[in-house]
Design a protein around this ligand. Structure first.
Ligand code: SF4
Ligand code: SF4
Length: 684
């Protein structure tokens, strides 16, 4: 071996790598600051589970590529010791790490494990090459870079075998249980009847090629999508912890900076920059993305790619910004950056339904929703350039406290005949029933509100409502970018709820649930918040509610559509199904269910915007429900007013009114109560 050559390789590779990394990382310093070093225990646990444990890779939907990726990842971990050993051998032929002497039990054990991983990684890289060159799945970005990287990986494994096989022949021990890969290479040398000299040359070539591939591979990584090999583990450690995207950051509206969202790339956080470096371009985020699937110009993967290329292209400007010593220099450097809309067009960030699929699917925890909302915030709060439908919604919430603009004095009309106590009455009650705008003003959803009241009374749950004192939670305004209006609404609701000393809040809308539970703490509003399907499941489990079979449903098959803000954003999957089981219904699952549930198209304020591009999201979902329920149709159960509207529209738009019925879980359970002779405030 050659100490001089090894030193030269290490110095040249190390210097080039350091130069590249500085150029990649310094621009991140100019981006918005965000603290990602809190809650170290949770971060380490996640790093072990999702980083080293590759939990999101092994998805039953995509088992084979996931397992192949895990194999290659594990091989890299195991081979890290081998790499150090090989560089050490470049300085001294007999070098080995402590405890790993070749003849020792640990040394033999490690050699066996290393060889098994070499063979497994070789097979996995051939499998990936097959996928990339032959089967070509839709979600994978096909590029020469991916093929080159797989060539590097396979090359590392082959050269390792070449080196070991030659060593085994030289040691007159060509077959050993502890070196299956080396034995294979030695057997191949034997089969080819190579002379000892030729075997020696192959061994040397294997050694030096291996080292050269390692340093070339390592230096190539920051220049392409395989940068994730370096950044993915830090990115998982620095991920947004719950509630994550379920709670958007609170803007400081008093700030004198004049920046209230993302005007240019500098307004993204450094973590959002690191995210883009970490994208593997695997495309998992696209498979159930409602915008991608229905042909809108938005995919998480493509946004990452665009922002990453922009960050790299604008590295000089961002570096100047990071170095700017005074406000004037900072302003001048910031002005050199183009608006973010030149990187991510408005049609892209307005398309998102904030359904959360992409973030849930991403194996390296790349965030998407907060940065898209920040782009909307800039358009709404600074540029005053947003869809006119959104303008109407803002005005209606501002003037009447609901998106429809119906008189706020009519908020309690839905329950005029039900004699429901008000919080202002001052009596004792367990739950404050936050009815929500749809539950109070939408004729279809009013029936759900009444069904919930019937259930609460049957189970003798004490509750009260705010009545005319309730106002819109502002969720749609916040996700449409109007943080100013949202903060007004949030403050008004917190003032009321805190004023009445509310501890527990019952909601029928997952958007109310998410806002009150995850976002009102930003305004000192802290409550125990429960969705009506959760409460029904709990009441049934406690024996306080014993509905009979919902005869009105009869023998119709029933499927359940998971609302994004109940399921993915808040982890409630079982309760609605348990509630349906309580009335004798066995849910027929749609192919995209639970975590993989497909959005109805209404989230992120999209409920209020026209859907002009691609095909309709709600129709896509209704098609799936219809196929699941079969030719004679059945019931699509929901647990969200927005899903109710979107799916009913989808049923009507596709001419399935005769076959498909959209009902809330509460209505179905209440129908079971009617069978038991409970006071009928609601009928299906
Ligand atoms: S954002 Fe995540 S899921 Fe999507 S392509 Fe990148 S790594 Fe894969
Ligand atoms: S949040 Fe949903 S709609 Fe938005 S990009 Fe992600 S998957 Fe698509």
């Amino acid at each position: 071996m050659s100490p001089l050559l090894t030193t030269l390789i290490l110095l040249a590779a190390g210097a080039f790598f350091a130069w590249t990394m500085i150029r990649r990382l310094v621009p991140l310093i100019a981006l918005r600051r965000v603290d990602r070093l809190d809650r170290p225990g949770e971060r380490i646990e996640g790093l072990l589970r999702f980083g080293f444990g590759q939990r999101r890779m092994v998805d039953p939907e995509e088992l084979r590529p996931g397992v192949m990726h895990v194999v290659i990842f594990a091989a890299f971990l195991v081979l890290a010791l081998r790499t150090v050993t090989l560089f050490g051998m470049g300085f001294a032929a007999g070098f080995h790490l402590p405890l790993l002497a070749p003849e020792s039990p640990f040394g033999r054990g490690y050699a066996f494990l290393k060889d098994v991983m070499v063979l497994a990684a070789l097979a996995a890289s051939v499998g990936f090459l097959w996928r990339r060159l032959v089967t070509k799945p839709d979600r994978v970005t096909l590029s020469w870079e991916g093929t080159l990287i797989l060539g590097f990986i396979a090359g590392l494994m082959v050269t390792d075998m070449m080196f070991d096989g030659a060593g085994m022949i030289a040691s007159a021990e060509p077959l050993s249980w502890w070196a299956p890969a080396g034995s294979l290479a030695a057997a191949l040398y034997g089969a080819l009847a190579l002379s000892p000299g030729a075997v020696h040359v192959f061994g040397l070539a294997g050694f030096w090629l291996h080292l050269l591939i390692i340093v070339t591979f390592g230096n190539f990584l920051p220049y392409g999508k395989h940068f994730h090999i370096i950044t993915a583990l830090p990115n998982v450690y620095l991920r947004a912890l719950p509630p994550g995207a379920a709670a958007l950051r609170k803007l400081d509206l008093e700030s004198e900076s004049g920046t209230f969202g993302a005007q240019s790339v500098k307004d993204l956080s450094w973590k959002e920059g690191l995210d883009t470096y970490s994208c593997t371009e695997c495309g998992r985020c696209q498979t159930h993305c409602p915008t991608y699937v229905t042909g809108k110009p938005l995919s998480h993967k493509e946004v990452n790619r665009a922002v990453k290329h922009h960050l790299i292209a604008k590295a000089p400007e961002l570096t100047a910004l990071a170095r700017a010593a005074d406000p004037a220099a900072r302003e001048a450097a910031a002005a050199a950056l183009p608006p973010i809309t030149e990187v991510v067009p408005p049609a892209t960030f307005w398309a998102c339904t904030t359904c959360g699929w992409c973030e849930t699917a991403c194996p390296v925890f790349i965030e998407n929703i907060p940065r898209l909302i920040d782009m909307r915030r800039q358009k709404v709060l600074v540029d005053a350039d947003f869809p006119e439908e959104a303008a109407r919604v803002f005005k209606n919430i501002e003037t009447q406290g609901n998106p429809w603009g119906i008189g706020s004095n009519r908020r309690a009309e839905w329950c005029e005949d039900l004699a429901i106590p008000r919080a202002s009455d001052g009596g004792d009650y367990e739950y404050l029933f936050f009815v929500g705008c749809a539950g109070a003003f939408d004729d279809r959803q009013k029936k759900v509100s009444r069904a919930i009241v019937q259930i609460l009374r049957q189970a003798q749950v004490s509750f009260a409502i705010l009545g005319e004192e309730e106002t819109c939670n502002g969720e749609a305004a916040r996700r449409l970018g109007n943080e100013y209006l949202y903060q007004q609404q949030a403050a008004a609701n917190v003032e009321k709820l805190n004023g009445y000393g509310v501890k527990k809040v019952l909601v029928q809308c997952p958007h109310c649930l998410n806002t009150i539970k995850n976002e009102l703490p930003q305004f000192d509003g802290r409550y125990e918040v429960v969705h009506h399907t959760e409460l029904i499941a709990q009441l049934v489990a406690e024996g306080r509610l014993t509905p009979g079979r919902a005869e009105a449903i009869g023998s119709q098959p029933v499927t359940f559509h998971d609302p994004c803000y109940l399921a993915r954003h808040n982890g409630v999957y079982d309760a609605p199904r348990q509630a349906l089981e309580s009335v004798g219904i066995t849910v027929q699952e749609m192919p995209r269910n639970r975590r993989q549930g497909f959005c109805c198209g209404a989230g992120g304020g999209r409920m209020w915007l026209e859907e002009k591009l691609g095909t309709r999201v709600n129709q896509n979902r209704v098609d799936e429900a219809a196929a699941t329920l079969g030719d004679s149709g059945g019931v699509v159960a929901v647990g969200c007013p927005f899903c109710m509207t979107m799916l009913r529209d989808g049923v009507n738009e596709t001419g399935r009114e005769e076959k498909l019925q959209v009902l809330d879980v509460a209505e179905i359970v209440a129908a079971g109560l009617v069978q038991l002779g409970s006071p009928a405030t609601h009928e299906v």
